[in-house]
Design a protein around this ligand. Structure first.
Ligand SMILES: [Fe+2]
Ligand SMILES: [Fe+2]
Length: 268
């Protein structure tokens, strides 16, 4: 019997048609790549690419996502306040101030092995009140039950240096640190010397004719005129699925292989 858990992590899913893209393609990828466990960032799943509705949550879970992470946009669809404490597969950054609803980590069983997924938000260029991610993550790791060997972190952060620093900080203490939030995939996937898989940003699940997932014309107006313009998820071009596939040894909790993926599909 295999002692590897193969994880697929997908970047920020942007809007309704991207959820359709996930519904139409995820199960095929899971079968073809023999994926055991799927994590996806859902902070942009709503109709206006801000936040997540209950239906978005249910659609992603029934499409085959096991755990949904999020980030700074999670509060922007007000519906989330009604359901975030009632569902068990949606997490928000663990280092938000404790009075906010929701939770920042989840422990699930995959092939009989406990897997912990945590969500962290970066401190650079983020305006939300939060506790230092470096301070808090140490505490959280130290407090995990003994039998949890596999720990995966979605580090939702803007600055590449902060993400790289977090990778080194956690090397050998967690299985995988992957970045989200910029929506642009970086080409620096690696296994750090003490066995932690790492990539600065896994990218997005959104449409190719876009500015990081939003309609080009509306985004351009913001830059050309400097006026507030409501953004809207692009539905033009191909559906681009960005992420990583990582093999984790169940005995050691270390990453043994990391592959960056970027697929394009037509969505009907
Ligand atoms: Fe995002
Ligand atoms: Fe974000």
């Amino acid at each position: 019997m295999s002692d590897i858990i193969r994880v697929l992590a997908l970047g920020d899913i942007i809007g309704h048609k991207s959820i359709e893209g996930i519904k139409q393609n995820l199960s095929t990828i899971k079968k073809a790549k023999m994926i055991d466990f799927v994590i996806a960032n859902g902070e942009n799943a709503s109709y206006n690419s801000l936040g997540m509705s209950r239906k978005n949550y249910e659609d992603l879970i029934s499409a085959g996502v096991d755990v949904i992470t999020s980030g700074n946009h999670i509060w922007k669809n007000k519906e989330v306040f009604e359901f975030i404490d009632k569902v068990d597969r949606l997490i928000r950054p663990i280092n938000y101030i404790p009075s906010l609803p929701g939770k920042g980590k989840v422990i699930v069983e995959v092939k009989g092995i406990k897997v912990c997924v945590m969500n962290l938000i970066g401190s650079t260029f983020m305006d939300a009140p939060f506790i230092s991610p470096f301070f808090l993550i140490q505490q959280e790791i130290n407090n995990l039950p003994e039998d949890v060997k596999i720990v995966i972190i979605d580090f939702h952060a803007e600055a590449t240096a902060e993400k790289v620093a977090m990778g080194w900080f956690l090397d050998g203490r967690v299985s995988l640190v992957f970045g989200t939030h910029t929506h642009v995939q970086t080409a620096d996937e690696k296994i750090l010397p003490n066995g932690t898989g790492y990539i600065t940003d896994i990218g997005m699940c959104g449409f190719t004719k876009s500015v990081i997932g939003d309609e080009v014309e509306r985004s351009l107006k913001r830059f050309l005129l400097g006026l507030p313009e409501r953004l809207s998820p692009s539905e033009e071009g191909n559906f681009q699925m960005n992420g990583i596939i990582v093999d984790i040894d169940t005995k050691t909790g270390k990453a043994v292989k990391i592959e960056r993926i970027s697929y394009e599909f037509e969505v009907y």
